[in-house]
Design a binder for this molecule. Structure first.
Ligand code: AMP
Ligand code: MG
Length: 341
């Protein structure tokens, strides 16, 4: 979390280096930070006539993000709504009625599962829960950290076919035809939500939800680009600072959520074939217009070699920076053009 906060602060500072009154609009740059969304730090930066005007303009965006946060939460129930926890708990008994937003997200998840040849799998919840529990226990009690039981992983992996998540647009319901299947949308939810809320957001806003960064337009009327830092997986300075005028920058990193067993680190991005964390990369950053797509691609490319990853980038017109454990950096065509000199 500390690293994340320093990333966000860095982002804000980079974005905020022009905190002076600009002519002719007379607007100043402000930022707002929220700690209660998607279990991470959310920051919004933009220009307004006053701090109060800025806070008023970003309030609807924060509230909309909170709505998505509650819908997509698989750990907590909220009064008066059926969210993905409700779906996981009850949809294999009988269809659960949900808001259309949940159906939209799940349909996109199914489409991305197909497009990534199953590397991104929203139905991996039972496998991911075993890793999640081992990680929580390992972080709380490092001396007794353990890996998930391999037989339990294999058993859980027999219940991750997204075809068994049945969406009905007419009745607005989700049914799960495999009682052991659980949904986990951790690889897409933040980016997807950012994309949706930004579609109605004012221009000239930079939003970061736990490092899922989106610019709704340049920083000012002159078209100045925002500066978005890419964290060095080993800590310290940014690897690069990117010029961004619109669209999204999303990073998946092995440093974001990890725990150690016998001195070896295990992170949170799980290969659906091996059922273990992939060891190819320490971070993958995606730049593309759509933030939901960027989130899916950052997780997917983390599990693929460069050639396979590039094929996926070509399919969607996205750009990437890969970093491996030896700190080698690899750039897809066009990525270097975004780097601030
Ligand atoms: P991200 O940080 O966007 O790369 O997403 C990582 C999160 O996605 C993890 O914490 C899990 O909740 C989930 N996840 C891990 N591996 C996969 C996978 N292969 N497919 C879909 N979701 C995954
Ligand atoms: Mg992702």
């Amino acid at each position: 979390m500390k690293k994340l906060i320093s990333l966000i602060l860095c982002l804000v500072l980079l974005g905020g280096c022009s905190a002076f009154v600009e002519k002719p609009s007379g607007k100043k740059q402000y930022s707002a930070t929220f700690l209660d969304l998607f279990d991470t730090v959310t920051t919004m930066v933009g220009k307004a006539e006053s701090k109060q005007a800025f806070e008023t303009s970003v309030k609807p965006i924060r509230d909309e993000l909170e709505r998505y946060h509650k819908f997509f939460d698989i750990y907590e129930q909220y009064e008066g709504i059926n969210n993905l926890k409700t779906v996981n708990d009850k949809a294999s008994i009988s269809p659960v009625m949900v808001d259309a937003v949940i159906l939209d997200l799940l349909q996109d998840c199914k489409d991305y599962y197909t497009a990534t040849n199953g590397v991104f799998n929203p139905a991996m919840g039972s496998v991911l829960k075993l890793w999640h529990d081992a990680r929580e226990d390992g972080v709380n009690d490092p001396a007794n950290a353990y890996l998930p039981d391999s037989d339990a992983l294999t058993k859980a992996s027999q219940h991750m076919n997204p075809d068994n998540i049945i969406l009905d647009r007419e009745s607005l319901t989700v049914f799960i035809s495999d009682p052991e299947l659980k949904i986990d949308v951790g690889a897409i939810a933040k980016g997807w939500a950012v994309q949706k809320v930004c579609e109605n957001a004012p221009e000239g806003l930079l939003i970061s939800v736990g490092g899922n960064v989106y610019a709704t337009g340049p920083k000012d009327e002159k078209g100045t680009a925002w500066s978005v830092g890419i964290q060095d997986p080993k800590g310290g300075n940014n690897l690069h600072v990117l010029n961004v005028t619109s669209g999204s920058v999303v990073t998946s990193g092995s440093y974001q959520r990890a725990f150690a067993v016998d001195g070896k680190l295990y992170h949170h991005i799980i290969d659906p074939v091996t059922l273990y964390p992939s060891e190819l990369w320490t971070s993958v950053t995606i730049v593309c217009e759509d933030s939901g797509l960027a989130d899916v691609l950052s997780t997917s490319l983390f599990l693929l070699d460069r050639e396979q990853g590039q094929a996926l980038l070509d399919k969607f017109g996205a750009k990437a920076l890969w970093v491996d454990a030896k700190e080698n950096l690899y750039y897809s065509p066009g990525f270097r053009d975004l780097i601030r000199n």
